[in-house]
Design a protein around this ligand. Structure first.
Ligand code: AR6
Length: 169
């Protein structure tokens, strides 16, 4: 049975097949979880990303994990929150769907997501958690892989938003 789990802590430490990065459209690194992933993966990650030509909002790209425990990093670009009338929910849903699609194509049994767009990009936590949980649940119903999806939370507020969304779903 596929499962969704809430995992608290640093995503770069997780021993999973793929971790997802909340990147920006250059894919060349930044702050937040993006910075942490690039630091932990080592400079080869940025060199590899430089060859990808960026990534539009709502899409995803896959790279090796280099020095990370994870085999792959799936880089996705979440929407910047602009009040909710700028297609933000569809773009965020697309980030989760495309990332899961790449994970499935690469035979990843386990994938960990950070709370995409919930930091610098300002997406309200409860609304983002609802999109994340429903999109992951929907994907798992129709795919064999990944079998395990970890929703990785940095802090109690994120964890409780996910718990609420899982209970509601
Ligand atoms: N492990 C797990 N989650 C983390 C970690 C970590 N090591 N570090 C931060 N978070 P953010 P965004 C959480 O701002 O909103 C970057 O500069 C964090 O607490 O990293 O999508 C990119 O280059 C929050 O809940 O991503 C982009 O320019 C969540 O990860 C921009 O930020 C996402 O916060 C993307 O903004």
């Amino acid at each position: 049975m596929p499962e969704i789990r809430i995992e608290e802590g640093d995503i770069t430490r997780l021993d999973v097949d793929a971790i997802v990065n909340a990147a920006n459209s250059t894919l060349l690194g930044g702050g937040g979880v993006d910075g942490a992933i690039h630091r932990a993966a080592g400079p080869q990650l940025k060199a590899h990303c430089a060859g990808l030509g960026g990534c539009p909002t709502g899409e995803a790209r896959i790279t090796p994990g280099f020095n990370l425990p994870a085999r792959y990093v799936i880089h996705t670009v979440g929407p910047v929150w602009r009040g909710g009338n700028d297609n933000e929910p569809d773009l965020l849903e697309s980030c989760y769907r495309q990332s899961l699609g790449l994970a499935a194509e690469h035979d990843c049994r386990s994938v960990a997501f950070p709370a995409i767009s919930c930091g610098v990009y300002g997406y309200p936590l409860e609304q983002a958690a609802a999109v994340a949980v429903s999109t992951v649940q929907h994907f798992l119903q129709s795919h064999e892989q990944p079998a395990t999806v970890l929703l990785c939370c940095f802090g109690d507020a994120v964890a409780s938003a996910y718990r609420q969304a899982l209970e509601a779903g």
